[in-house]
Design a protein around this ligand. Structure first.
Ligand code: SF4
Length: 317
């Protein structure tokens, strides 16, 4: 069976399309050549799709950073209504795409997801705005993973985003099957340690929810689980949280590991926790024991394999 790719929305110019105001693009090779192997992109260029030409006058945000206006920089035309009415329709269309996330172009008054310049009445910028389309998109899909290409250069943010989109894809596969509490329980069992690595609190609450699944209607159970899952993954993993998960996994080998092996594993985890080695080193050693001792619960943990190795994540300190 050919695996379906993850569907992600993306600002069109990041794919190398010449849609920018100056007729250029902002091709990002990581997004096209590397992540692009696993992803089917749904391009969205708010400025072109709302009917503006290429090339066109550049624009900026001005006024209150909470609800700024979108103004062309030379002739000072107000494009706010045009952009908002297009964006409100476009997000409804995008519901049908089954997106697992969106990658925005940073700093754009239309597409930037944070810290976009907003000019005050004196013409001074503050970096507190959100691009007009990005704001409407994020309000419409509050639980969807979103990032911009600039933030994705940070290894930790990149890892977190990719982990979220792959997890959401696996969850969406559960949603394509007939509704059944057992399918959610099975998904949860495989994702327990991944959830723990993001949020010990959500590890507890998802566990409690699954335990009382029969008290809820199927619809409520699915909805509540999805919200908790997405909320947990929004919280970043840290070396401390990961070290906690690794030690938790070690607990499954109490009987099998020799004292030397235990000592070695503890040392490897501690060196990682202190920031001297990347997570992949500890994970590789744990995977070695998972194979060697054939531990069935750990073998199926997505935490050990949340995304393709080729993306070279978890290898930064
Ligand atoms: S930043 Fe957004 S509006 Fe501007 S060219 Fe790229 S996709 Fe289009």
């Amino acid at each position: 069976m050919i695996e379906k790719k993850i569907k992600l929305g993306i600002s069109t110019c990041l794919l190398g399309e010449n849609v920018r105001y100056d007729g250029g693009h902002k091709l990002d090779r990581f997004l096209t050549d590397i992540l692009g192997q696993y992803v089917e992109y749904v391009p969205v260029c708010p400025e072109v799709e709302c009917g503006l030409p290429i090339p066109r006058e550049s624009m900026h945000l001005e006024g209150n950073p909470e609800s700024p206006r979108l103004i062309t920089s030379r002739t000072m035309q107000d494009m706010t209504e045009r952009m908002v009415s297009w964006a409100e329709k476009r997000v409804v269309e995008l519901e049908k795409e089954g997106l697992c996330g969106f990658i925005f172009k940073s700093d754009s008054p239309s597409s930037g997801m944070e810290r976009v310049k907003v000019y005050n009445e004196k013409g001074m910028p503050v970096k507190k705005g959100i691009g007009m389309f990005a704001r409407i998109f994020m309000e419409h899909f509050p639980l969807l993973p979103v990032e911009d290409e600039g933030r994705l250069h940070d290894p930790g943010l990149r890892e977190n985003f990719i982990e979220r989109i792959f997890t959401l894809k696996r969850w969406r596969e559960v949603l394509t099957r007939k509704e059944n509490r057992g399918n959610v329980v099975d998904f949860h069992t495989k994702h327990k340690l991944l959830i723990l690595s993001h949020s010990p609190k959500h590890y507890q609450t998802t566990g409690k929810l699954v335990a009382r699944a029969k008290e809820l209607s199927l619809r409520e159970f699915y909805q509540q689980y999805q919200i908790l899952l997405m909320e947990s993954l929004m919280l970043k993993t840290t070396p401390k949280k990961n070290a906690n998960v690794l030690q938790h996994m070690m607990g499954y080998y109490k009987e099998q590991l020799s004292s030397d092996e235990k000592q070695e594993l503890l040392e490897v985890i501690e060196v990682y926790r202190k920031g001297y080695t990347p997570l992949i080193v500890s994970i590789t050693l744990i995977q070695h024991y998972v194979r060697k001792y054939d531990q069935p619960y750990l073998k199926e943990q997505m935490y050990l394999n949340p995304h393709p190795l080729e993306l070279q994540l978890r290898n930064h300190v």
